[in-house]
Design a protein around this ligand. Structure first.
Ligand SMILES: Nc1nc2c(ncn2[C@@H]2O[C@H](COP(=O)(O)OP(=O)(O)OP(=O)(O)O)[C@@H](O)[C@H]2O)c(=O)[nH]1
Ligand SMILES: [Mg+2]
Ligand SMILES: [Zn+2]
Length: 350
């Protein structure tokens, strides 16, 4: 099929999954299994893996509707100085590929990344923590927790939320396994988040509860499902779009090698419009893109009190005349949320 005039040799596509240098790329003409062109491989090898793109200064992630080619065109028209080129390929990246035959292609170029969500990955060298992008070009994150098994870890949720606020991604909290008997404190803790404006969807894949509502909220978005291991992310994906995993054909990652590849995420097209990515359970999300002085604004309920502290450079930890601490004392800000803020500020893991 090479040089068939009916099929353009260069196509635009979006990376659905990848491992060991092999990527499944969605194009408007179907999915092609692709490898990276030598020149790109070299460029990636030379680029510093630790180099991160600051979330601040980026434009708000666009909600890109239309065919894959139309969305890629929109990205190409944007000012690329705003969103630098990625230094490695991730799931969700838009690429230009040369079609080799009906089923395969060569990735020639990567388009600037509009947004991303990353996690910390200790990799093989435990001393060097590297950043691993879970999904590129997303505009929404669903944070999945379970009512029980495993018990929800709200400190981790606070960290997730801060990162998403910093990256200007819209966020939704999903509390799954609503069918399981659980501590009533889970409802109380969840109320803290709905009170400050986050939407919470209670789901059960066992009882088919909340699935329609969740599916509706994904329409025309590029969404990442993230959260701890075992909370039911994959089960939710299957409930939302039954049989999807079978349709797309995962690149196997059985050897667990290949740090330059995108492990752990898989992007699926939604029949109602939009894209959904499932990711492997995560323990830590990278918060290093957030400058300390920007962290407070990533706690949405702190915002009305910012700029009112006695010291203009107040870090809101325990300073005299701090408006945030005053708001905590007046029960306008939940003390547990403030403790999470302090922990993240001080760089603690959780
Ligand atoms: N009771 C109950 N169990 C559920 C529900 N959803 C999922 N499970 C179970 O929870 C376990 C973990 O589900 P997964 O979907 O594999 O969880 P995951 O979040 O994808 O986990 P990782 O891939 O490790 O990150 C499985 O045994 C599911 O059957 C639910 O709504 N209720
Ligand atoms: Mg899973
Ligand atoms: Zn303060």
């Amino acid at each position: 099929m090479i040089n068939d005039p009916a099929q353009p040799a260069i196509l635009t596509g979006m990376v659905l999954n990848g491992a060991h240098g092999i990527y499944d790329v969605h194009t408007d003409d179907g999915i092609l299994r692709c490898t990276l062109r030598g020149k790109l491989k070299k460029a990636f090898a030379q680029a510093k893996s630790s180099k991160s793109i600051p979330a601040k200064g980026r434009s708000t992630p666009p909600r890109m509707i239309g065919s894959t080619a139309q969305r890629a065109e929109k990205i190409e028209k944007r000012d690329s100085s705003e969103n630098p080129l990625p230094t490695r390929l991730s799931v969700g990246d838009y690429v230009k590929i040369r079609r080799l035959d009906d089923a395969t292609g060569l990735i020639e170029e990567i388009l600037p990344r509009q947004s991303e969500l990353s996690r910390q990955d200790a990799g093989s060298n435990a001393r060097k923590v590297i950043k691993q992008t879970l999904l590129a070009n997303l505009d929404q994150v669903v944070m999945v927790f379970a009512t029980a098994q495993p018990d929800p870890h709200f400190g981790l949720l606070d960290r997730y939320l801060a990162i998403c606020e910093s990256a200007q991604l819209s966020t939704l909290i999903c509390i799954n396994k609503a069918d399981l008997p659980h501590d009533e404190r889970v409802e109380d803790e969840a109320a803290i988040y709905s009170n400050i404006g986050y939407r919470i969807i209670w789901t059960s894949t066992q009882l088919n509860q909340g699935i329609d509502e969740l599916r509706e909220s994904l329409k025309n978005h590029t969404t990442l499902f993230t959260g701890p291991s075992g909370v039911g992310k994959s089960s939710l994906v299957n409930a939302i779009e039954p049989g999807m995993a079978i349709q797309t054909g995962l690149v196997s990652d059985s050897t667990g090698k290949g740090r330059h590849t995108t492990r752990g995420s898989q992007l699926y097209p939604l029949s109602g419009g939009g894209w959904l990515a499932d990711s492997a359970g995560i323990r830590a999300l990278a918060a290093w893109d957030i400058a300390p002085e920007e962290l407070a604004a990533c706690f949405v309920e702190f915002r009305p009190h910012l700029g009112k502290c006695f010291y203009s450079d107040c870090a809101h930890l325990d300073e005299e005349g701090c408006a945030i601490i005053k708001a905590v004392d007046e029960q306008l800000i939940d003390p547990r949320r403030h403790r999470s803020y302090v922990r993240i500020y001080e760089g603690e893991e959780r």
